[in-house]
Design a binder for this molecule. Structure first.
Ligand SMILES: *[C@@H]1O[C@H](CO)[C@@H](O)[C@H](O)[C@H]1NC(C)=O
Ligand SMILES: *[C@@H]1O[C@H](CO)[C@@H](O)[C@H](O)[C@H]1NC(C)=O
Ligand SMILES: *[C@@H]1O[C@H](CO)[C@@H](O)[C@H](O)[C@H]1NC(C)=O
Length: 349
C-alpha cells in the first residue's frame, strides 16, 4: 500500500484528522490563513489530476479531456471517477486499485482493448461500471470476480467483442443490470447468468446471435423470462439464414425440441436390449442345434447297431457331411465300427 499512500494527493481537509496528523492540521491552518490574506478561494484542482475537476463529494471528473492515459495523482478517497470520452488505451491496475473506496467508474468511449482479472482486483465497493464504446474483444473468467458489490455493468458498443467467458459474471451475485448490447456476440453461455438471483435487466440486442443449439439455453431464457430483456424485439438471430431476423424468445421452444432429436437414453437402452436378445438367441439356438445333432447321432448309431454291417456304411456317411457340430460325435462313434467303416468315413470327409 505504500505505492497507494505515495499517490495520495487529496486535499487533507477531506480526511479524518488523526493525532499523527497534527503537522497537517498546522499546514491546513497555514493555507487557510494564506487564502484569507490573499482573498482567493483555493484552486479546485489542488491535489487533483491535470485536466480533471475534483469536488468535495469525492467526485473526479475527467470527461472529454483528450487524455490518452489513465490520470495520475488521483486522490485515494475518490468515490466517483469519470474518465469517459477520452482516448485512454488501458486501465493500469496499480493506480486504479488504490482507489479502494471507488463506487462509480465510467470508462465509456475510450480505446480500451483489454481488461483482466487484475484490472479490478481491489475494487470491492464498486457498484457501477461502464465500459461501453471501447474496443474490447474478449472478457475472461474472473475479470469481474473481485467486484463483489457490482450492481450495474454496462459494456455496450464494443464492435469486436465476441467472446465472454461462461463464468465471467458468476461471482457478481448482486448484479441487477447487465447490458452487452451492440457488440459482436454470436453466442453466450448463460449457465451462470441464469443463477444470478438479483439480475432484473439484461440487454442483448444488436448482436449477431447465432440461433442454433449452442444458444439453446439463451433462447429458452429469453422465452421464459422475456420481461427481463431490454429491447427484446431487437434481440434477433443473424444466422442460420432461414432464421435471420427472428426473435430469440420466439425460438426457445423450437430449439429445445430441434436440439434433442438425437438418441436419448431410452434409445440406448433399447439398443442394449436388442443386442442382448440377439446374443442370447444365438447362444440358445447354437446350444439347441448341438443337442439335436448329438441326439440324432446317437439315434443313428443305435439304429446302425441294429442293422446289418452292409447298410451301416450308407448310414454313417450321412451325418459325417453334417459339419463341425456333429464331427465330435462321428469320431466318437467310429471306434465302435470295424476297419472297413473307418476307411470309408475318412474318404467321405
Ligand atoms: C466519444 O468521445 C468523443 C471525444 O473524444 C466525442 O466526440 C464523441 O461524440 C463521443 N462518442 C460518444 C458515442 O459518446
Ligand atoms: C465479428 O466477429 C466475426 C466472427 O464471428 C468477425 O469475422 C468480424 O470481423 C468481427 N467484427 C469485428 C468488427 O471485429
Ligand atoms: C456453459 O458453461 C458451463 C460452465 O463453464 C459448462 O459446464 C457448460 O457445458 C456450458 N454449456 C454449453 C452449452 O457450452
Amino acid at each position: 500500500m505504500t505505492t497507494c499512500e505515495e499517490l495520495d494527493k487529496w486535499p487533507k481537509t477531506q480526511l479524518n484528522t488523526s493525532p499523527a496528523r497534527t503537522s497537517l492540521r498546522f499546514l491546513i491552518l497555514l493555507v487557510l490563513v494564506m487564502v484569507l490574506v490573499r482573498g482567493v478561494a483555493p484552486s479546485p484542482s489542488a491535489g487533483c489530476p491535470a485536466r480533471c475537476v475534483c469536488d468535495d463529494q469525492l467526485v473526479v471528473q475527467c470527461a472529454g479531456q483528450h487524455l490518452t492515459s489513465f490520470p495520475t495523482d488521483l486522490p485515494l478517497a475518490t468515490r466517483q471517477l469519470i474518465i469517459s470520452n477520452n482516448r485512454i488505451v488501458d486501465l493500469p491496475p496499480v493506480p486504479l486499485n488504490c482507489l479502494s473506496d471507488l463506487v462509480y467508474l465510467d470508462c465509456s468511449n475510450n480505446s480500451l482493448t483489454e481488461i483482466s482479472e487484475s484490472t479490478f482486483g481491489n475494487l470491492r465497493k464498486l457498484a457501477y461500471l461502464d465500459l461501453s464504446f471501447n474496443t474490447l474483444t474478449r472478457v475472461d473468467d474472473r475479470t469481474f470476480g473481485p467486484l463483489s458489490s457490482l450492481v450495474m455493468l454496462r459494456m455496450t458498443d464494443n464492435p469486436g467483442l465476441s467472446d465472454i467467458h461462461p463464468d465471467a459474471f458468476g461471482q457478481n451475485s448482486g448484479l441487477q443490470v447487465l447490458d452487452v448490447s451492440r457488440n459482436n456476440l454470436t453466442e453466450l453461455n448463460v449457465s451462470s447468468l441464469i443463477s444470478l438471483a438479483s439480475l432484473r435487466a439484461v440487454g442483448l440486442s444488436g448482436n449477431p446471435w447465432s440461433c442454433d443449439c449452442i444458444n439453446e439455453d439463451l433462447c429458452l431464457w429469453v422465452h421464459v423470462e422475456g420481461f427481463k430483456f431490454q429491447d427484446e424485439g431487437q434481440t434477433v438471430c443473424s444466422g442460420p439464414p432461414d432464421l435471420q431476423g427472428q426473435r430469440l424468445g420466439e425460438l426457445g421452444l423450437q430449439l429445445r425440441s430441434q436440439c434433442h432429436q438425437g438418441l436419448g437414453s431410452w434409445d440406448y437402452l433399447f439398443f442394449v436390449a436388442i443386442g442382448f436378445v440377439i446374443f442370447a438367441g444365438g447362444t440358445v439356438s447354437a446350444w439347441a442345434i448341438g443337442v439335436v445333432m448329438v441326439v440324432y447321432e446317437r439315434y443313428i448309431k443305435k439304429k446302425s447297431e441294429e442293422m446289418d454291417p452292409d447298410d451301416e456304411v450308407e448310414q454313417e456317411a450321412g451325418p459325417g457331411l453334417g459339419g463341425g457340430v456333429g464331427g465330435g460325435a462321428t469320431q466318437q462313434a467310429k471306434p465302435h465300427g470295424n476297419g472297413d467303416l473307418k476307411n470309408t468315413g475318412h474318404m467321405v470327409v
